[in-house]
Write a protein that binds this ligand. Structure first.
Ligand SMILES: [Zn+2]
Length: 83
């Protein structure tokens, strides 16, 4: 069995998706490697999940890490709505 152009193109786009999930996850304050693995296993779904990982600040609406005590953008304390 040999790799044709199509297989290589699919492999490259899959790696790109994994990298995108990793970068998004890292930006959300999560682990780059965990999301790279998630992207490798889940492909596009990994990217979507990485987007969901964060929550929006109640003040500025920017996505920030789930565990953040303070918004890194507008400095609001306890930036998540209760409940
Ligand atoms: Zn904010």
């Amino acid at each position: 069995m040999s790799f044709g152009f199509e297989q290589i193109a699919i492999a490259v786009s899959w790696l790109t998706l994994a990298l995108a999930a990793a970068v998004i996850g890292a930006n959300r304050g999560s682990s780059f490697l965990v999301w790279f693995a998630a992207g490798l296993f889940l492909g596009p779904l990994g990217v979507v999940l990485a987007f969901w990982e964060g929550r929006s600040c109640k003040s500025c609406r920017k996505l920030i890490p789930e565990k953040a005590r303070k918004c890194p953008y507008c400095q609001t304390e306890a930036p998540f709505e209760e409940g």
